[in-house]
Design a protein around this ligand. Sequence first.
Ligand SMILES: [Zn+2]
Ligand SMILES: [Zn+2]
Length: 266
Amino acid sequence: MNADLHTHTYLCKHADGSAEDYVRAAVARGFSMIGCTDHAPMPDDYDARHRMSFEQFHSVYKPAVLELREKFKDVIDVKFGVEGDFFPGTEDWVRDFHAANDFDYVIGSVHYLGEWGFDNPVFVHKYDEANIDEIYERYFDHIRRSAESGLFDIIGHCDLVKKFGHRPTRNMDEIVRETMKAVKASGIVVEINTSGLRKPVAEMYPGESILKIAHELGIPLTLGSDAHTPEDVGRDFDKARALIERYGRGMVSVFTRRQRTEVRIV
Ligand SMILES: [Zn+2]
Ligand SMILES: [Zn+2]
């Protein structure tokens, strides 16, 4: 099985291509599963510039993905998902949103610390105005809370805070271990996300030191390209597969209507 569980569409306003373009790219690469996981809407149109609206979710995204799931069912397993944001204060809205839609799975990502979109190149200067260690601590605190929220199936790119290459000055292993213990207790899985290789940090999310800790704790893994263009579907999966062999017994988690199963990745 070859599966890419993290892809986007033009609806988020910072990606190219329709869901069908991504599905066709996955088919062309010989994949047997693709997850459509564009950025989910948020309450009160929060961060509307980087995601589809609630209206678009219902009128465009959801019908398109469900139609593709049916249309391609003999060719490739298309999963209906979204990438949600963990943003304190929105939990009730997000819980209702998930309950109202029959998702195969939901990726939970932290893209905001307060009002700061820390992975947005426009605001990268803010790293220079703050203590990097404290940014990392806050970030992992949010990851822990996102796991404990019970809203998500997968922790997306769980060390995204390193995106632009800012590194903490002290060892974060203890904080990471406490975070991963919460992930383990919540029963959700950690994503190996190859998009970091295409970013200034030029490294997979998460790095191997985190994967080692996740492995020690027996946390299952999954795999996604985070493609924002169809050409990136399955990008660098040869490298990711080596990590899945080493830290996940060669198995990845996949989801159907929020039920997890494991498949061998080849
Ligand atoms: Zn995005
Ligand atoms: Zn994504």
